[in-house]
Write a protein that binds this ligand. Sequence first.
Ligand code: AMP
Length: 626
Amino acid sequence: MTFNDLGLSEELLKAVTACGFETPSEIQEKSIPELLNTERDYVGLAQTGTGKTAAFGLPMIQQIDTDFNAIQGLVLCPTRELCIQIAREMTNYAKYSKGVKVVAVYGGASIQDQIRAIKNGANIIIGTPGRTIDLIGRKALKFDSVSKVVLDEADEMLNMGFKEDINEILESTPAFKRVWLFSATMPREVERISSNYMEDPIKVTVGTKNSSAANIEHKFCLVQGRDKYSALKRFADHYPGMFGIVFCRTRRDTQEVAAKLMNDGYNADALHGDLSQGQRDTVMKKFRNKTITMLIATDVAARGIDVDDVSHVFHYDLPDEIESYTHRSGRTGRAGKSGISIALIAPQKSGKIKLIEKKIGKTLELVKAPSGQDICGMQLMKMIKNVQEVEIDQKGIAPFVAQIHEALADFSKEEIIERFVSVEFNSFLKEYAKSGDINVDPSRIRKGADDRFNDRGRGRSDRGGDRGERRSSRGGETNTKRVFINVGKMDGFENKGQLLGFLCNQSGVDGGSLGKIDLFDSFSFVGVDDGVGEKMISAMNGQNIENRDIRVEFSQDKPQGERGGGRGGNRGGGERKSFGGNRSGGDRRSGGDRRSGGGDRRRSDAGSTESRAGGERNFRERRRRS
Ligand code: AMP
């Protein structure tokens, strides 16, 4: 099938060609004709990176009546990054469709500028829920003429606590509008939205529900926690063209891993919630233009990242919630390209492998962290390829040729090759020859899915230093009321103590009036004394964390994890997060400026046996240039 077969206008076909799209993706093939012709609501289940934006964007643009100066299409999406990306794509698609105006509205940017842009005429709004609500409140956005609403990445929006906002926004749109919902998964909450706001929708699934894209290879590498960093570097060295995202669970981990990689000469940087919007934009810009080839990110910060060509996703730590594994892996294998997802797993966490396999419907292949010899071989061949392909500047080297020939006259061709290669490789080979096998024997893989994925009911794997059961100051009894808050580990709270501090600071309530805290990946529950829940709710609702609204409400259900019992179970049997003290010296490289060109070859022979000097750095220098 071609784009010509989908019923698109000449203008849109021209734009699609200008974007370089040759054939429609599966979701486009299935959605575009339906969305152009049907008056029914629509549910499209497809992973990120499958071409969803064009799947809803092209039909939406085509159905805009440009003689009618009003907002006719609304796209809601979870993050600022995604919002900007969708607006950019849709603007490209609308390039030849005269009069179609796309305006993006999202937090962390001037609301006045956005109001001005809306006033200048907008017929399609791409918005994040929080900012959209804000603009509705200011009467800058009116949706009474909206005929199409897209809920993009609906599952992510609900994960991020936007349920109420979505409801409110949908309430402000007319009854005649159609809803097109796109989601990677269909959890019950999304089903609920679809049944509340959609009538008998057409349902289209691309790929297997809840499974990962077919073009992603899923692998895991069994190493001790202390060897994860070495393993990561070995993979980076083994894949010279790697362009990857490394997922860690906390902001601090991303910073530590990124700092170590940068110190070791890699083009890496961290993306996490402590960065200002400007810093995030800068990091993302560097990643997009490949100045950075390894992005170390938390799950929250990486939401909405849609950079094509990501070749590898590493799970430095497995996420608490299995759903996140699919989202992480989906950052590679985009736009029909292939990708590799590698989880670095310590034996005591290997019970989770079965759970992931069950979820994605695929087997995770065990791969070994490359040996020194593997890496040297790979890099050597890359170097030889560079030698084969290098363009020779005849004119530039002409003055030196005679002198060079004379100096090398006594060597045979074989000797010259060996010597040139050795100049690059001596120290590198030496270093990796000393690095042992860090792979753990596969017989240590836990057979059963014995390790719960999320935190419910767990305790053993909670971090050391975490607080155990808290009881309120009053009479030592567990509180009868609990509040739900849509903030959790993904927001960087590593332990309950940190969350407690945050809650007290933000709401002004006294820590003694808060009870048991259950800290989950993307949300938490806190026991509260009488009257305290109300105070927290009124103080914290409307506040912001990482550009999304904080939601606090009384909990209806007791979470599974809530149980009686004392402090037991928080002793940190799980993986250590910090590198401190875990690193063997064997992974350290010598200091000095690894970023500068040349020069360090001298150091390569003088360096300690633990240092990796010139050779390896040169590979990266080359990689950077190539
Ligand atoms: P999306 O899932 O909409 O974020 O799209 C992922 C990437 O694929 C974006 O960079 C799109 O520009 C690109 N893309 C979308 N449709 C096609 C297509 N039919 N052919 C090639 N690339 C596409």
